[in-house]
Design a protein. Structure first.
Length: 762
């Protein structure tokens, strides 16, 4: 399990955040004592408030006592983890250190800069820009001469566009963005936080119809032309019905998908209920049970064709025409249109996005500057000059090395709050980080590495001292520490144990099996048809032995000569028959043969010989003889100038699903078949019938149903396999309860009732 998910699971099971100091503060009354260790009222009040302040029952006697019980259980489990030494293991510390890195990130930014960037992003989100660009690639760490060459190239392109060359044509001709060849550099409409920050900044600052000055991003140099600016469309919330169709699948599947989506659209226009059709036919399994509902989205956050169709809908409840995306065909229903949210409602989300966006680089620049001042960063220029002098061709070939014992390498390169960082420390960093840089100037590359080293060292120093500077950071780290401990122990004592302890699970099931009961059930097949005519056709076909597999092409074998040659004329088709029968165990083949008048004959007719030879060959290749039906039509006349078609092949299926597929190929959604065991509440159609063996018809939501109930199953016990998920859950609860009872005996708990009473609101 992913570490972040794992700890998230653990923390979600903690009904509070245990973030107070391990030591009870002076003059803080004790509310709980566990194994002789006191826990202060201040800590309990903090964690209770954090998780219950908004509850209408906050500080009631019931709420306080229930929460106190959860809190005690949690502290007992953490205590056991500490006694077992889980917090001293390498794996625990590696995991905690990973989370500490993540938790430190908000403290390693310049808050005032971030706040301004958040406000700027919100202001820009009110608008959408339509633009195109031309890109000349150059790496962020390119040699100055390569950077200059790219800059001169983009300047030259700008001059050509300025004097009249069409921007789109220039993009196709010069841009090094691969998509420009087909789209002329078009980016469509976009808004803040969807492009790298320098690009976004230029787009919002460039006037409509104008071309920007060259701008640098991590991709290279860009020219940007702005075509339009419009008020942000806000967000739309939609639902969809999807029929899957991926590019590259067969033309037949494409036609089928189009037919099906068009048929659903026709039903919607005829007044049928969206939710019913969505649940019945949509192939998006994540949304169909919710009426196809999708999360709200804004410009640039959805597949363009889907987005365009959605934003064109004006009124709540409007439904689009079928729209194609790379995933398939969609009908889109408008559920809600939302204007831009208020700043105070978006600020938390925007802060997170800004911290991950390229604009956060600005915050880091200011942060490094502040850290240098706060921590009295002092650089020694002479030593820095010495360091740069060691840059040679080996460095750009990733072969740099240095003499650790050399006297000059022990010189101080810079200090942070008096802590010395030596030339050899930096050289060690260079040796670890160096990469083959081709023809880059060695001194330039060394200067880049030095800048990275200084920044990383300052940030590492700050991170190492966060706990002493920020109380809330220290508390948050402790919360994660306890969460990891809880997860580790709960996993081994409860969660995984309940799954892997098969003997214990069986014993628990045996003692509690009366809890796991089936209600009355039926074994049934439900046939769902589009109209009465289809239902009547179904009833005529339903008891057939074979159904035509219309979607499997048959074959006819024509003879070019009268002479009988089994190998050349018949058996060459046998492998095709074997392949078709191998695709579905329900297929059978019907082979019909005839003899041409005047053919060479023996005591056995040529048609009989051909059939016998073909059957013999098929069975020798593993085809069951029961899957082969033959018909000998004897001698047939031949039309003058034409060869007789002497053998024909037709495929049938023993499964009614072939009949279903054949009908749906002609018109989508004509027939749907499902079968299984059902109890009350599983299927609304079956729920509406009298439960008795036999067939019954019912009309529901403009569909015509035939239900074939084959068996009634009386209420009874579920087997362990049938109830396994529920049994495992109950067994986990049992194991946890038993374990906590053992911990209470191992670590005595004393509650100060008088102190608890002070919390209860009268």
């Amino acid at each position: 399990m992913n570490k972040l998910i794992a700890v998230g699971v653990a923390l979600s099971l903690i009904p509070f955040a245990n973030i107070a100091s391990d030591k009870k503060k002076p003059n803080d009354a004790t509310i709980i004592t566990i194994a002789g260790k006191p826990i202060g009222s201040t800590e309990f009040k903090y964690v209770y408030n954090k998780n219950n302040a908004n509850s209408p029952e906050a500080f009631s006697e019931k709420s306080i006592k229930e929460y106190l019980e959860l809190y005690v259980k949690f502290r007992l489990k953490v205590k056991e983890a500490e006694v077992l030494g889980i917090d001293t293991t390498k794996s625990f510390n590696n995991e905690l250190n990973g989370y500490k890195k993540q938790l430190a990130q908000p403290y390693l930014t310049e808050k005032s800069v971030t706040e301004n960037l958040v406000k700027e992003a919100y202001a820009r989100l009110q608008e959408e820009v339509k633009a195109s660009h031309i890109l000349i690639r150059v790496a962020p760490d390119a040699d100055p001469k390569d950077t200059l060459a790219a800059y001169n190239k983009i300047i030259d392109i700008r001059k050509k566009v300025e004097v009249g060359q069409d921007f789109e044509a220039a993009a196709k001709q010069y841009s090094e963005d691969p998509s420009a060849k087909s789209n002329g550099g078009s980016l469509g409409y976009f808004t803040a936080l969807q492009m790298v920050y320098p690009f976004e900044d230029a787009a919002f600052k460039t006037t409509i119809g104008k071309i920007s000055q060259p701008l640098r991003t991590k991709f290279g140099y860009h020219l940007l032309k702005v075509y339009d600016k419009r008020k942000a469309q806000g967000e739309v919330k939609t639902a969809h019905i999807m029929i899957r169709y991926a590019a590259g699948t067969s033309p037949a599947d494409s036609i089928s998908a189009v037919q099906r989506i068009n048929e659903i659209a026709k039903k919607l226009k005829a007044g049928q209920i969206w939710e019913t059709l969505c649940n019945e036919f949509s192939e998006d399994n994540n949304s169909k049970a919710k009426g196809g509902e999708l999360p709200a989205f804004s410009t640039g956050n959805m597949i363009p064709s889907f987005e365009d169709a959605a934003f064109k809908l004006n009124n709540i409840g409007d439904i689009s025409d079928p729209s194609q995306t790379p995933y398939g065909y969609h009908l889109i229903k408008l559920l809600e249109k939302k204007p831009m949210a208020k700043y105070e409602d978006m600020v938390a989300t925007l802060k997170t996005k800004v911290s991950k966006d390229s604009r956060s680089d600005l915050s880091k620049v200011y942060l490094i500057s502040r850290l240098k001042t706060e921590n009295k960063f002092t650089e020694f220029p002479k030593v820095l000059t010495y360091v740069y002098s060691k840059a040679d061709s080996n460095l750009i070939k990733a072969k740099f090395d240095f003499d650790k014992s050399a006297k000059l390498n022990a010189q101080t390169l810079f200090t942070i709050k008096g802590n010395k960082y030596l030339a050899k420390d930096f050289f060690g960093y260079v040796k670890t980080k160096q990469k083959d840089k081709g023809t880059v100037n060695p001194a330039f590359y060394m200067s880049q590495l030095y800048k990275e080293y200084v920044n990383e060292t300052l940030l590492a120093y700050e991170e190492a001292n966060l706990a002493s500077k920020y109380e809330d950071y220290r508390m948050l780290v402790k919360e994660y520490r306890d969460g990891i401990l809880l997860f580790s122990l709960m996993d081994s004592k409860v969660w995984t144990k309940a799954i892997e302890d098969t003997a214990g699970l069986k014993a628990f099931y045996a003692l509690n099996k009366d809890k796991y009961q089936w209600g009355k059930r039926v074994v049934a097949t439900v046939y769902n048809t589009k109209d009465q005519a289809t239902l009547d056709l179904l009833k005529a076909k339903i008891d057939s032995k074979y159904f035509e597999a219309n979607f499997e092409k048959g074959d006819k074998i024509e003879y070019k000569k009268a002479a009988f040659d089994v190998k050349a004329e018949v058996l060459k088709k046998a492998d095709e028959i074997i392949n078709v029968l191998g695709r579905d165990k329900n297929y059978v083949v019907e082979i019909t043969a005839s003899s041409e008048k005047g053919e060479v004959t023996t005591k056995v007719s040529p048609s009989k010989q051909r059939l016998d030879a073909l059957v013999k060959y098929l069975t020798s290749k593993g085809i069951d003889k029961a899957r082969i039906t033959i018909k000998d039509e004897g001698v047939k006349a031949v039309v003058k100038g034409k060869n007789a078609k002497l053998v024909s092949v037709k495929y049938l299926s023993t499964a009614i699903s072939a009949f279903e597929k054949g009908l749906n190929e002609k018109q989508a959604l004509t027939l749907q078949i499902k079968q299984g065991k059902y109890q009350k509440g599983d299927d609304t159609v079956i729920d509406a019938l009298d439960w008795k063996v036999g067939r019954a018809e019912i009309n529901k939501s403009d569909r015509f149903y035939l239900v074939d109930i084959k068996e009634l199953i009386e209420p009874g016990l579920k087997t362990l396999e049938e109830a396994k998920g529920l049994v495992i859950s109950d067994y986990q609860n049992f194991l946890e309860k038993e374990w906590v009872e053992g911990l209470r005996k191992k670590y005595p708990v004393v509650i100060n009732d008088a102190e608890v009473a002070k919390f209860i609101k009268k």
